[in-house]
Ligand binder design. Structure first.
Ligand code: IMP
Length: 500
């Protein structure tokens, strides 16, 4: 642990890292970085919809479920009770690491984490089609959390208790079968004929799901996972104030089911209010939070309003196509400079390329746009006293950009909207975003422009050595969002991190 980390984390025993945007802001890197300090790293929300990228010694790993501290073999890594866990994916990731000689003996899984089963993947994929789609990751996240709230979900430990597993599974399948009967059976068969669903092994022509096949398969997976399963809530409560605990967020505040751009959100509360709960702790137990802000652009995947999007609806439609595009193969688009005065859509394409903004879970090109302070103000307000420190990531991506724009407020352009006792009218200014899709999609950004710094900052080690033009923008963000910058990340490696 270097001196600046020691200084920054003096008196801190429990540290949280969360994202203030729509995810994909570099949490993986930060968690890996702070793992040097931590004794325990714990995830408490989301599931395999997350994709955390870590670069160590020239190797890049993407984890969907394993906590991002897993490569620090002497640190305990926990998947907490609030996570929805797909056993296949954990085992797949453990398998990948085994090939690189990591045993994962440092992994612990909450016995009461929620289980993602084949029916959840099927429901997610069958329902997220056509108009009104969310653009989910298709990993069964929403349906698994829905079952938990509907009080018939299964937990990880059920896989270790055959009778209980089978009884709960049967109960759980009832409503799904009813709903799926509305779909053509060939469609369901096609969805289930997928490698994540054991290529049709769980399909039954008559009953839709083959209970015996699912039970047998998951009991076997349970045996493989057994060595990791334990009471992690207890472990963490006992470790509180004695060990350094690092809480790893997933997704971001704008994707939170409670505080995000509903309904274009994920199905868990991905804010700091829920993260400690997902590992058996409380927000009062958290001493410091780094709220990540990707800057000076931001991204989102999936559907939903995005006021500052480069190229507006053209970008949204283009990025809605799934999979790797001509862009990454560098066929369709010629290399052009990062010039915001040119074609806005093309500018977005170039920022995406410069920042490698392609979904870690789905491979989709991420939609992108300028940093949006009304949204940041919202996220920091949700964080409350935990919103005092932000971490700016991927700053170096816009090193070659001659002009930087920051959205400072919105002009409301929609029809009259009743907001309790007041009416929001066309032309009204909004300093803080209102996280309702009906309003966000009529929120027109007002920008402040800054000259770009136009120098390579990837080797800068101290905050004071950053170009003055960049420091001016950083100070502006701090003042406007009433927060302070505690970290600046200038590249993907651990070393490219500046603590202020
Ligand atoms: P779900 O979480 O798979 O249900 O997807 C709901 C929405 O959240 C979709 O728009 C997803 O693309 C988005 N989403 C889920 N996880 C992430 C993430 O880790 N980063 C960015 N977007 C995500």
């Amino acid at each position: 642990m270097n001196e600046s980390m020691q200084k920054a984390l003096k008196d801190v025993m429990t540290l949280g890292v969360i994202c203030t945007q729509w995810g994909d802001t570099g949490k993986g890197k930060l968690i890996d970085y702070f793992s040097q300090w931590a004794d325990i790293v714990a995830r408490g929300t989301g599931g395999a919809n997350a994709g955390h990228t870590i670069c160590v010694n020239g190797e890049t790993y993407i984890f969907h479920l394993l906590p991002s501290g897993i490569l620090h073999t002497e640190k305990i890594n926990i998947i907490g009770n609030g996570v929805v866990l797909d056993p296949h994916i954990v085992l797949e990731e453990v398998g990948i690491l085994a090939k690189a000689d990591y045993t994962c003996d440092n992994l612990k899984i909450a016995y009461n984490a929620k289980l993602v089963l084949p029916q959840h993947l099927v429901m997610d994929r069958a329902k997220d089609i056509g108009k009104g789609r969310i653009g989910t990751t298709g990993r069964g996240i929403g349906p698994a959390y829905t079952d938990h709230c509907a009080r018939f979900g299964l937990i990880v430990n059920d896989m270790l208790n055959p009778e209980i597993f089978k009884a709960k599974l049967k109960r759980n399948l009832k409503d799904k079968v009813k709903l799926l009967r509305e779909f053509p059976i060939e469609k369901i068969k096609e969805i289930m004929d997928h490698d994540h669903l054991e290529n049709g092994k769980f399909f039954d022509e008559k009953e839709i799901f083959n209970v015996e096949a699912i039970t047998e398969h998951y009991l076997k997976l349970g045996q493989e996972l057994k060595r990791f399963i334990t009471d992690t809530d207890k472990l963490l409560r006992e470790a509180l104030c004695k060990k350094h605990i690092l809480l790893e967020g997933a997704q971001g505040t704008l994707l939170s089911i409670d505080y995000g751009s509903y309904p274009y959100v994920t199905s868990s509360d991905s804010t700091i209010q829920n993260l400690p709960k997902g590992v058996g702790l409380s927000t009062a137990d958290v001493d410091l939070v780094y709220n990540i802000v990707k800057a000076l652009y931001m991204t989102r995947v999936g559907e939903g309003p995005f006021p500052t999007e480069f190229g507006g609806t053209k970008s949204a439609e283009y990025c809605g196509q799934s999979g790797i595009t001509a862009e990454t193969e560098k066929k369709e688009y010629p290399e052009v400079t990062l010039d915001p005065d040119g074609d806005e859509f093309m500018f977005g394409v170039n920022v995406r390329r410069a920042g490698s903004e392609y979904g870690a879970t789905t491979g989709r090109p991420r939609r992108n746009g300028w940093l949006d302070l009304p949204l940041l103000r919202h996220s920091l307000q949700v964080a409350g006293k935990h919103g005092q420190t932000i971490a700016l990531t991927k700053i170096d991506v816009l090193d070659k950009c001659p002009t930087i724009k920051v959205c400072t407020s919105y002009k409301y352009t929609g029809p009259d909207y009743n907001m309790g006792g007041t009416t929001l009218k066309k032309g009204d200014t909004l300093e803080t975003a209102i996280l309702l899709s009906e309003i966000l999609e009529h929120s027109e950004p007002i920008y402040q422009e800054f000259p770009g710094w136009m120098t390579d900052i990837t080797k800068v080690k101290e905050f004071n050595e950053l170009p003055d033009k960049l420091k001016t923008i950083i100070k502006f963000i701090e003042k406007e969002a009433k927060t302070s910058v505690g970290m600046v990340s200038v590249g993907p490696d651990r070393e490219q991190t500046i603590l202020t």
